[in-house]
Ligand binder design. Structure first.
Ligand code: B16
Ligand code: MG
Length: 215
């Protein structure tokens, strides 16, 4: 293997709780009830697709114009970005910093394949942005996960093919995208089992860098 491709939320840090808090405030305002179980569906899904799912969940998908939906998504993002202000390097998931440092020492390039438009800001707050060689801009994508496009672009951005990369994901939609382009998938387990992953772990500390390179 010649490089690594990382999802952000659920792999590098856990911002799902902040997404949930911000979506819940908006859903409450719209008279739609969402809970933590429903929130699982939003993991790895883009901001607009998340809003569509919430509106459909409340049977309100036809009640807003495109411009109104964009305003609602922007309102959620403002609340979310406010919550992100508190992020520090302590919010890195266990084993992440050591894994990234070891990858750098072994000349294994690392890319971010996150649906989040806030990825550069989050990586700066976590003080790991310099450990990544590329961040795919989700605004350039024509399709979201589970489409493999983001993972193909991530491999390209570090000069390797998907078959030469190992992809890390915590969401089923992401694992499906990784596998659909022939990349090796490592699932990060938080609760629900992940189908299709080549391996699953709870934290990156469980992995041996030399074994991964030799795959
Ligand atoms: P933003 P990932 C995803 O991050 C989140 O899991 C998902 O809940 C969120 O809607 C999406 O990013 C878009 O985020 O609103 O910040 O652009 O798991 O792909 O790293
Ligand atoms: Mg994720």
């Amino acid at each position: 293997m010649k490089g690594f491709v990382f999802d952000l939320d659920g792999v590098i840090t856990d911002t799902a709780k902040y997404h949930y808090e911000a979506w819940k405030a908006l859903a409450d305002k719209l008279g739609i009830e969402i809970d933590l179980k429903f929130n699982e569906q939003l993991k790895g899904i883009s901001r607009m697709d998340s809003l569509e799912r919430i509106l459909a969940h409340g049977n309100k998908q036809d009640q807003y114009s495109q411009a109104q939906k964009e305003a609602l998504a922007a309102e959620k993002n403002e609340a979310y970005v406010q919550l992100l202000q508190n992020l520090t390097p302590d919010d890195l998931l266990p084993g992440v910093k050591d894994f990234l440092l070891e990858a750098k020492a072994k000349n294994m390039p690392c890319a971010i394949a996150s649906a989040s438009k806030n990825a550069p800001f989050i990586l700066e707050k976590l003080e790991v942005i310099d450990l990544f060689d590329a961040i795919v801009d989700p605004a350039t994508l024509s399709k979201g996960k589970p489409d493999p496009e983001i993972f193909v672009k991530a491999a390209q951005s570090i000069g390797i093919t998907p078959e030469e990369a190992i992809g890390f994901e915590d969401a089923q939609a992401g694992i499906a995208g990784i596998k659909a382009c022939g990349m090796y998938a490592i699932g990060i387990l938080a609760g629900e089992p992940l189908d299709q992953a080549n391996q699953t772990v709870h934290t990156l500390s469980e992995l041996n860098m030399n074994e991964l390179i030799a795959l």
